[in-house]
Design a binder for this molecule. Structure first.
Ligand code: DSN
Length: 385
């Protein structure tokens, strides 16, 4: 059967991705090779369990694929153990928390409105917020974490787990500081590096590997892989608990998930190999250069910008105007998302900013000149809107 409706819609989406300017910092364009693996026959196979320990027959090639993903991932990340089965970031964080926390233990994460993530203990409506006691830290007026204040907060609250990870934080994260602070209260320190993983692997953001116990990341953002995630266990993690790797594995399967998506895992293996090249390191360097140019050019054109030292920034577009500005930009072919600014007076439902980043358009070959021109266009649209 040819499903004409779906084919037409995919074609339209393909054209949209081709034509527009994509600035959502968590989006990217995966390579043909990654997409080949994703669309392959591997989607047909059940493989519950882990390589060499499967519940179904017929997993010889699947085991080779998953082992390759693990081996390549461990090499670029520098971790001791790697689980590549999480379906995506939220299940991965849930698995980590399920492995290491008891009900009512305290989890500490950056506030969502300050650039954190729902799965980092966001109160009431999320798994991590419902099942564990949660405390949240904030950023300062300038959008930065004050590490002194963070330390005081952690010493007072004594969380069992500290989530270090961001979705709209344009500054370098001081993983060493987080590690030291966590050690003072004996907390698990988990780095969710989903946004910056490509920069870490590309050598343009410090790695958390020596300072945290667990590293989690999605693979489809700055790493340019499939929509999936991994959980890595560090040497420091194993020193804290020699059983850590097995606790994580058990929480992923059978704790939370069933059969792993081996097409995804193969695509992950491809993206790990792609990331282990000079070409990718050049890409990561260019992502950061482009972001700096974009931020500076927007400032020069009169806008208030938070950032940047990484791949993204938050632009203050006026109290409560984030959504209307994002819609207006899309009408002009520029795709971004509305976002809160630090200490947003308008609240999360009518945010005052937009969040933009450079990973996707850098993949398309954009350099400083294109981003400088774009900043001028954007400033005009934002100001007259
Ligand atoms: N939804 C992702 C983002 O856009 O940053 C975070 O999971």
């Amino acid at each position: 059967m040819i499903d004409k409706k779906i084919r037409d819609l995919i074609k339209k989406e393909e054209e949209r991705q081709e034509k527009l300017v994509h600035l959502i910092p968590s989006e990217n364009f995966a390579s043909e090779e990654v997409r080949m693996a994703l669309g392959s026959c591997l989607t047909n196979k059940y493989a519950e369990g882990y390589p060499g320990r499967r519940y179904y027959q017929g997993n010889g090639f699947i085991d080779e694929i998953e082992n390759l993903a693990i081996e390549r991932g461990k090499k670029i990340l520098g971790v001791e153990h790697l689980n590549v089965q999480p379906y995506s970031g939220s299940p991965a964080n849930s698995a980590i928390q399920m492995a290491l926390l008891e009900r009512e233990d305290k989890i500490c994460g950056l506030k969502l409105s300050a650039g954190g993530h729902l799965t980092h203990g966001h109160p009431k409506i999320t798994f991590s917020g419902k099942f564990f006691e949660n405390v949240q830290y904030d950023v300062e007026e300038d959008g930065r974490i004050d590490y002194k204040k963070l330390e005081e907060f952690v010493l007072k609250e004594k969380p069992k787990m500290i989530m270090v990870g961001t979705t709209a934080y344009p500054w370098i994260l001081d993983f060493k500081k987080f590690g030291e602070i966590g050690d003072k209260v004996g907390a698990w320190v988990v780095a969710d590096v989903s946004h910056i993983i490509g920069l870490i692997v590309g050598g343009v953001h410090p790695s958390p590997v020596d300072y945290v116990h667990v590293i989690m990341s999605t693979t489809h953002k700055s790493l340019r892989g499939p929509r999936g995630a991994f959980i890595g266990v560090t040497k420091k993690g194993l020193e804290k608990d020699p059983e850590l790797s097995s606790k994580i594995d058990k929480a992923v399967f059978p704790g939370l998930q069933g059969g792993p998506h081996e097409n995804n895992i193969a695509a992950m293996a491809v993206c790990f190999a792609e990331a282990d090249t000079q070409n990718f390191r050049d890409y990561a360097t260019q992502v950061v250069k482009n972001a700096k140019v974009l931020a500076e050019a927007l400032k020069k054109n009169g806008l208030k910008v938070f950032g940047t030292e990484n791949h993204l920034m938050v632009v203050d577009v006026g109290k409560g105007r984030g959504k209307e500005v994002a819609v207006r930009l899309e009408e002009e072919g520029i795709v971004c998302n509305a976002n809160t600014v630090p200490h947003d007076k308008a609240g999360p439902f009518r945010p005052s900013g937009i969040r933009i980043g450079t990973p996707a358009m850098t993949t398309k070959g954009w350099k400083e000149k294109e981003f400088e021109d774009l900043a001028k266009r954007m400033a005009k649209i934002i100001k007259v809107n």
